[in-house]
Write a protein that binds this ligand. Structure first.
Ligand SMILES: [Mg+2]
Length: 303
């Protein structure tokens, strides 16, 4: 049975290592831990690394329907970019957080950083398509009958393109959302000295890079919902950690699944592709959209 208590980062890392070993032994390493030992002071908190979304779906099915909320990240969890330019790992590369295929940090040259990163990201979201992270993604997600939430670090400025690609990939779940179809939330939120605009509409919560755990609890209190358990699937360690910490403080059982199917490393070929794409985008803007080109060139960013 998994029932760790993450009292400090060292214990947490040890558990993650154990989870990797277990998940390598079994394609679906998670087991229903049950609530028999739960106390309000020590909610259940478990994290498993998986390469198949079905583990999380099975976990959700094993828990009580009405009192369990299921939460999915979008990028590199349900959907992934078809091109490197504008992808989640391209963004990480732009921010200097990428790894090369040999696992070493991959620095980015100053010349490879685009002007107005978030404007460029918005342009690529509009142009690009996403594909499912695994062939049966939509059928798995659509099996979930619980209340369901998409929780993305993307900004609400990118909602139109995000909703388009979710729909095109077979995902629509306003019927499982936390608010009626015609009700949404748009509000400014400040946490750890940073403010950003939150957007929750039709089951998709866009938190602009803020702490997903803190923001989930805030949204639940705004909509007046409570749950005994949350099943959360995300590809990024810090999002899983943040959710674990927030739910632990709130006394909510946490079933975390870190989805590691999508390769996050950046190859030199991809760097070359990104250089060409950035150069061609700049050419297009200069030739046909010169006012926007000037704004972007001068760091007068819209987003
Ligand atoms: Mg992600």
């Amino acid at each position: 049975m998994f029932r760790p208590s993450f009292l400090n980062p060292v214990m947490f890392r040890r558990f993650l290592i154990a989870a990797v070993v277990l998940s390598s032994l079994s394609a679906c390493s998670i087991r229903n831990s049950g609530n028999e030992h739960r106390s309000d002071q020590h909610p259940l908190s478990q994290i498993v690394e998986v390469k198949d979304l079905s583990a999380a779906i099975e976990q959700a099915k094993a828990l009580p329907l009405r009192s369990t909320l299921v939460v999915f990240d979008i990028d590199d969890t349900l959907l992934t970019a078809t091109e490197f330019f504008g992808s989640d790992k391209w963004y990480d590369w732009q921010r200097g957080r990428a790894l090369s295929p040999n696992g070493q940090p991959l620095a980015i040259a100053e010349a490879d950083k685009v002007s107005c990163l978030f404007d460029t990201l918005g342009i690529t979201y509009e142009i690009a398509t996403n594909r499912p992270t695994q062939d049966n993604m939509a059928s798995l997600v659509n099996q979930v009958n619980n209340d369901l939430l998409m929780l993305t670090a993307r900004s609400g400025n990118y909602r139109a393109a995000t909703m388009r690609e979710l729909s095109r990939n077979g995902l629509g779940f306003s019927d499982k959302a936390l608010t009626p179809k015609d009700v949404g939330y748009h509000y400014n939120f400040t946490h750890d000295g940073r403010s950003a605009n939150m957007s929750y509409v039709d089951g998709v919560f866009m938190v602009q890079g803020m702490d997903k755990g803190v923001l989930l609890l805030d949204l639940l209190s705004r909509v007046g919902r409570t749950y005994d358990a949350v099943v959360f699937v995300d590809d990024k360690t810090h999002n899983i950690d943040n959710m674990a910490n927030a739910l632990k403080k709130a006394g909510i059982n946490f079933y975390g699944f870190q989805y590691l199917k999508i390769d996050k490393t950046v190859s030199l070929e991809e760097v070359t592709q990104a250089q060409a794409a950035a150069s061609d985008l700049t050419k297009l803007l200069n030739l046909h959209f010169d006012e926007r080109a000037e704004l972007i060139k001068n760091d007068m960013c819209a987003y």
